[in-house]
Ligand binder design. Structure first.
Ligand code: PMT
Length: 403
């Protein structure tokens, strides 16, 4: 893939040299663009030597340049020549400019002219990263389809510990690779995907829920839309912006999720149930807040409807992909659920490991197909896992059509 790497002006700019290497080792052809501030941290010569190509350092040609006209439209040429734009480090200033559509140098102008995929790898001080202005700029950029590789946590150049380190170059290169699968192999399909937790009320202010962030289901929805599918995402309460080109229906309880799934089922050719639906709820939850007393409180809970099992009963010729979140006997439990709920494929994940599964940006799963074949994926970013799952769904679809 042809990649243009925009290097922003942060202390982590020197790590962009490692990123160039990581991308090249995976067979990508890399061109580098540097902001003025980036050149305060690292010399263009480093990138020219690594890439063997001219490094673009300004929107303007030198006053004595013979080639003033071509320099005036160079950002358009660079935009057209490359498949992916990666910005690392993406500073708070660059994120704000991209979100606002400001174009006052080569990189910001290139961003506006660029129609391919964009990967942003932010790096900055923790307070700047957590600032609502930065987070709302990121929401805007995510909503426009940019792929954000969240920063790592650790020691920062300012002497503090926290989130804000440039993501490891391998993680950034992994993300670029996952975008490379830009095939439109789900064109013509309608995918119904569920994501996130459900909340079951105990009274007007309290509820039962779980640790699902929705990230896995949202990554699947985003990847499926990118691969050409119409995607309907039925989402429990999460703190994520809607992915680009996805129709999101927000629900809160298992009952609401069931109703939305059944309503949308007719149009769906593939159903993926990544949501962590609460298994129990309090029927007839009180309308008023439960009063605290010194006595022990017992609540009798009823099982929620098993949406996956219900879809399994009426799945017709749709492909049905379930998930299983387990803390022991992973494959055995997953196979049992797959059979009981009539799934064509099941994604099994162990959810009692730090940094994987619930809430995390990463996951590691076993994808079990109806033939019993198991494909292992990860540990990797949920975006990469989502691509692997869709690859397996595409393979399954082919094999079912062939029989
Ligand atoms: O959201 P993240 O933070 O990114 O985390 C991702 C995840 C861990 C939630 C996800 O990868 C995952 O494992 N999702 C399934 C969680 C779950 O509820 O698993 P389960 O084994 O309890 O349920 C099995 C299947 O039945 C699931 O497809 C579930 O959606 C479905 N189900 C469960 C209960 C119910 N009442 N109705 C259902 O449809």
């Amino acid at each position: 893939m042809r990649a243009v790497l925009g290097v922003g002006g942060g202390i982590a700019a020197y790590k962009a040299a490692e990123l160039v290497r990581a991308l090249q080792q995976r067979g990508h052809d890399v061109q580098v663009v540097m902001t003025r501030a980036a050149q305060e941290f690292i010399q263009p010569l480093t990138f020219a030597a690594l890439t063997g190509r001219k490094v673009v350092t300004s929107l303007w040609a030198a006053p004595d340049s013979q080639d003033i006209l071509s320099s005036a439209v160079e950002h358009i040429a660079v935009a057209q020549e490359n498949d992916v734009l990666i910005v690392a480090p993406a500073t708070a200033d660059l994120l704000a400019k991209f979100a606002q559509g400001l174009a006052d140098d080569f990189l910001t102008t290139l961003y506006l002219a660029f129609t391919g995929r964009v990967v942003l790898a932010p790096a900055m001080n923790t307070a700047m990263w957590e600032h609502p202005a930065t987070q709302s700029n990121l929401d805007v950029l995510r909503g426009r389809g940019c792929s954000i590789v969240d920063p790592d946590e650790g020691w920062l150049a300012c002497g503090t510990i926290g989130a804000g380190r440039l993501p490891d170059p391998v993680r950034i290169a992994d993300r670029v690779d996952s975008l490379e699968r830009r095939k439109r192999d789900f064109e013509g399909e309608t995918l119904l995907i569920t994501a996130g937790p459900t909340q079951e009320s105990l009274d007007p202010v309290r509820y039962i829920s779980n640790r699902s962030s929705g990230k896995m289901g949202y990554a699947l929805a985003e990847a499926a839309a990118r691969r050409g599918a119409r995607v309907v995402l039925i989402s429990g309460p999460v703190n994520l912006p809607p992915p680009a080109n996805v129709e999101r229906i927000s629900v809160r309880t298992a009952q609401e999720m069931r109703a939305a799934v059944l309503e949308q089922l007719q149009d769906a050719s593939i159903v993926i149930k990544a949501a962590a639906v609460a298994d129990y709820y309090l029927a007839n939850a009180p309308q008023q807040k439960l009063k605290k007393t010194a006595a022990r409180l017992s609540l009798e809970l009823d099982p929620t409807p098993d949406i996956l099992a219900e879809v399994g009963q009426r799945k017709g010729d749709r492909l049905l992909i379930g998930f299983a979140a387990e803390t022991e006997n992973l494959l055995e439990e997953a196979r049992r659920k797959m059979k009981a709920k009539k799934c064509d494929m099941l994604v099994a994940n162990l959810v009692n490991r730090d940094g994987l599964g619930f809430e995390s940006d990463r996951n590691e799963v076993d994808i079990i197909s109806h033939s019993g074949h198991v494909v292992h994926a990860g540990p990797a970013e949920k975006e990469t896992i989502a691509e692997r799952i869709l690859d397996q769904v595409a393979t399954l679809r082919l094999s079912l059509h062939a029989t």
